[in-house]
Design a binder for this molecule. Structure first.
Ligand SMILES: *Cc1c(COP(=O)(O)O)cnc(C)c1O
Length: 435
């Protein structure tokens, strides 16, 4: 008779896991106040006091800047918009290259494309999955203008080494901290380690407001350019007396007063939510530790990981069965999470396909049907986005890594026992799975 659920045995867990539901009374109250005030957004896209937005936006920006100990915080409608603002402010344009990780959410790499620049993919670190300093060094050319580093899965990038490389080559560092708010590196907050940092407030992130993003920087000039790009720069520069016109084609990336108000309340919860998540990861690690085919995540020295997801390496040579066979068996033992039932059990093999393997890069088709910006005359260099470009990212994605989200509050130790027991059960009964 079979023991494993995938073969018809009894599941370890038969009820849903609890939802990550972090919107409470405080958010409802402040949203009601905004609704009652009648001011849902106060931005004006011309040179006016209200060019900088209404009371909730300004309060949020002040509170965020003070919380993260940074000079400027700029609220926008998504982290994607934040990345686009950062590229524009950095002066990226046709003919330029921007180095980026291939193992990240797709917007980190489309940011250069929006400004007609070329994303150049550098490989990731085998131990931490962030972009590797070594690989960056090999990708720098006289065209390189900026590096987009990603604090992937919640762990800060190798700031000391990468910032030194950037300084040596006069490159701007844009830190994509969408997955790592409250993570720390040498005592400083992730997001404040490069020249510009960006955070996401979309519904899946540690704290959220529906859709939203925040940009931070200590640089006054970059901050002003990003505020212009957020809000119709082309219509504002003249009145403002801003004389640099490069990349001053504006967008509407404005956040509403409602999202700003929600974010202000969410910010107060960031520390306790992250600390609880870290406690849960620690507990789960202690339970998974004895399973020989799993390698638990490393934490970079002098860093604090905030675990957007919990990344684990799977050692096929130890288990003797493939990653997908093993993970499918574990998933069969468990249950989905409330509010996200349709996604199934929240464990995935790998994370996202290395970005250069997406159709956009394989077919070199972005804007229009003529190959722009890849065949731009100002660039005029062959572009190589082929399999094998970033071998570590490919190995992690297709063979070794899996990530899961079953570490979010209000998971309890008892819930985590179920998660751990599913892994232990599959490990102990793996002979039932021999392919
Ligand atoms: C979520 C995410 C983004 C984009 O965030 P949005 O607010 O949805 O635009 C960018 N980069 C990374 C690494 C992310 O995880």
């Amino acid at each position: 008779m079979s023991i494993l659920a995938i073969n018809g045995g009894k599941k370890v867990r038969t009820t849903l896991f609890p939802a990550y539901k972090i919107i409470d009374k405080e958010e409802k109250e402040i949203v009601s106040e905004v609704l009652e005030s009648g001011i849902l957004s106060k931005f004006l896209g011309c040179w006016d006091e209200d060019f900088y937005g209404g009371p909730q936006i300004r309060a949020l920006e002040e509170e965020w800047a003070s919380y993260f100990d940074v000079k400027h915080a700029i609220a926008v409608n998504s982290a994607t918009s934040a990345l686009y603002c950062a590229m524009g402010a950095a002066g990226v344009g046709p003919g330029d290259e921007v180095i980026v990780s291939p193992y990240t959410m797709s917007a980190s790499a489309t940011a250069p494309l929006v400004y007609n620049a070329i994303p150049i993919f550098a490989d990731i670190e085998e131990d931490y999955y962030c972009i590797s300093a070594e690989s960056i060094k090999n990708r720098i050319t006289d065209r390189t203008k900026a590096i987009i580093v990603v604090d992937i899965f919640g762990l800060p990038y190798d700031a000391e080494r990468i910032n030194a490389i950037a300084k040596e080559h006069n490159l701007i560092v844009i830190e994509d901290t969408a997955q790592a708010p409250f993570a720390k590196y040498q005592g400083k907050f992730a997001g404040t380690l490069g020249d510009i940092g960006i955070y996401s407030l979309n519904y899946h992130k540690h704290i959220h407001c529906g859709e939203g993003g925040i940009i931070v920087t200590d640089n006054d000039d970059l901050a002003e350019r990003m505020r212009l790009i957020r809000n119709h720069a082309e219509a504002v520069v003249e009145g403002m007396g801003f004389h640099t016109l490069v990349n001053m084609v504006g967008f509407n990336y404005r956040m509403t007063e409602i999202e700003a108000a929600i974010t202000r309340m969410q910010l107060k919860k960031l520390a306790p939510l992250v600390e609880e998540r870290q406690r849960l990861v620690k507990y789960l690690n202690s339970k998974l530790q004895g399973i020989p085919c799993l390698e638990l995540p490393n934490e970079r020295i002098e860093s604090e990981h905030v675990y957007y997801v919990h990344p684990i390496k799977y050692k096929q040579e130890v288990a003797g069965i493939s990653r997908s066979t093993f993970i499918n068996a574990v998933k069969a033992e468990l249950m989905p999470t409330e509010l996200r039932e349709s996604e199934g059990v929240l464990i995935s093999e790998g994370y996202v396909k290395p970005l250069y393997l997406q159709p956009l890069y394989q077919k070199l088709t972005a804007y229009g049907d003529k190959g722009c910006p890849f065949n731009c005359n100002y660039y005029n260099k062959p572009i190589v986005y082929k399999e094998g470009l970033c071998p570590v990212a490919e190995k992690m994605h297709y063979h070794e890594l899996f990530t899961h989200e079953l570490i979010r509050p209000p998971m309890t130790y008892k819930d985590l026992d179920d998660v751990a027991n599913a892994f232990i059960k599959v490990w102990e009964n793996r002979r039932e799975l021999h392919e």
